[in-house]
Design a protein around this ligand. Structure first.
Ligand code: ATP
Length: 284
C-alpha cells in the first residue's frame, strides 16, 4: 500500500516581529497562505521497523536531520510504535528559500503516517506535534490561509485570498532563517505591517487591499545581507506586479498578479535576471 501526500509551499502575505522572548524565540504575527508548488511524499510499509527516506534531490539531508524523518521518529516515540516506513520525497520546492519546504514535508509526513500507522490523530493533535518540529509546521499541517501568532504555532484560520497568480523568483543563494533572525533588532523596527489590516483585506476578499497590505520586517535584514534580493524586488515592481514581497526570511521574492497575462509577462521579464522562476496560483 502506498500513501501519497502533497506538501505545498507557503508564502507570507505579512510577517511582523513584535519582540524577542525570554526563551530566545521571537513573538511573531504572520499571515500565510499556500501556493500550488508542492513536494510529493510517498509513504509505504517496509515490512520492518526501519525508517528510511529517498529523494531525487541532492540538496537535502536524507538522514535523521531531515524534517520528514524527524516527524516519523517523533510519532514513533510518542505513541510507542514499532512499525517502520519508507518515504520517497519528490522535491520541487527550492530548499532554504523562505517557502517552508522542509516544514511542509514534515507536516505531510505527520499526515501520511497518521494514515499508514492508523493512529487516528486529529488535525489539532497533529498541529501540536508539529510545533515540536518547527514553528511553521503547525500551519503546514492544515494549510489554507491563517494568521499565526506566538512563535508561529497559534493559528487563526482566515479566508483564502482571491485566486491570483504568484510569480516566485528564487535567487541562487541559500538564506539561513537563524542568521536572519540573529541579525534582526526587533526593538528597532520602525514600520510594522498590520496583521489586522491583512485580515480585513482577506475577509473583504479585496485583491487590491491584499496587495496594499503586503509587508515583511525580515526584508530589511535579508536585503542588507544580500543586496541582490532588493534588486530582484525592484525588477518585479518595474515589470508591473500588483504586489511584491520577500517570503519568510528569503531569498525568494514573489509578485502577485490578478491576470495570467501579467504573470507571464513578469516571468518573461525576469529571464536573464533570475534563473529559478515559477508561475503558480494560490491554493483556494
Ligand atoms: P522556512 O521558510 O520555514 O524558514 P525555508 O524554506 O527557508 O524554510 P527549508 O527548505 O525548509 O527552508 O530548508 C531549511 C534547511 O532545512 C535546509 O538547509 C535543509 O538542510 C534542512 N531540511 C531538513 N529537512 C528538509 C526537507 N525535507 N526539505 C528541505 N530542507 C530540509
Amino acid at each position: 500500500m502506498y500513501i501519497y501526500e502533497k506538501a505545498p509551499a507557503k508564502i507570507n502575505l505579512m510577517l511582523d516581529v513584535l519582540h524577542k522572548r525570554q526563551d530566545g524565540f521571537h513573538e511573531v504575527e504572520m499571515v500565510m497562505t499556500m501556493v500550488d508548488l508542492a513536494d510529493r511524499l510517498t509513504l509505504s510499509d517496509p515490512g520492518s521497523s526501519r525508517i528510511s527516506l529517498s529523494s531525487q534531490s541532492g540538496y537535502i539531508p536524507l538522514d535523521d536531520k531531515n524534517l520528514a524523518v524527524k516527524a516519523a521518529r517523533l510519532l514513533r516515540q510518542r505513541f510507542g510504535i514499532n512499525r517502520g516506513v519508507h518515504m520517497h520525497l519528490e522535491k520541487r520546492i527550492p530548499v532554504a528559500a523562505g517557502l517552508a519546504g522542509g516544514s511542509s514535508d514534515a507536516a505531510a509526513a505527520l499526515r501520511g503516517l497518521n494514515r499508514l500507522w492508523e493512529l487516528g490523530l486529529s488535525m489539532a493533535e497533529l498541529e501540536e506535534l508539529g510545533a515540536e518540529l518547527g514553528s511553521d509546521v503547525p500551519f503546514c499541517v492544515r494549510g489554507g490561509t491563517a494568521l499565526a501568532t506566538g512563535r508561529g504555532e497559534k493559528l487563526e484560520r482566515l479566508p483564502n485570498p482571491p485566486r491570483c497568480w504568484v510569480v516566485l523568483a528564487k535567487p541562487p543563494i541559500n538564506v539561513s532563517t537563524a542568521d536572519v533572525y540573529g541579525n534582526l533588532k526587533a526593538a528597532q523596527i520602525e514600520n510594522h505591517p498590520s496583521a489586522s489590516g491583512m485580515k480585513d483585506a482577506l475577509e473583504r476578499g479585496s485583491f487590491g487591499d491584499v496587495c496594499g497590505g503586503l509587508g515583511n520586517v525580515l526584508e530589511d535584514v535579508t536585503l542588507k545581507l544580500y543586496p541582490g534580493v532588493g534588486r530582484l524586488k525592484k525588477v518585479m515592481e518595474n515589470l508591473g506586479a500588483d504586489g511584491v514581497l520577500m517570503s519568510g526570511s528569503g531569498p525568494t521574492v514573489f509578485g502577485l498578479a490578478a491576470k495570467e497575462e501579467k504573470a507571464k509577462r513578469i516571468c518573461n521579464g525576469l529571464r536573464g535576471f533570475c534563473e529559478e522562476v515559477y508561475a503558480v496560483r494560490t491554493l483556494g
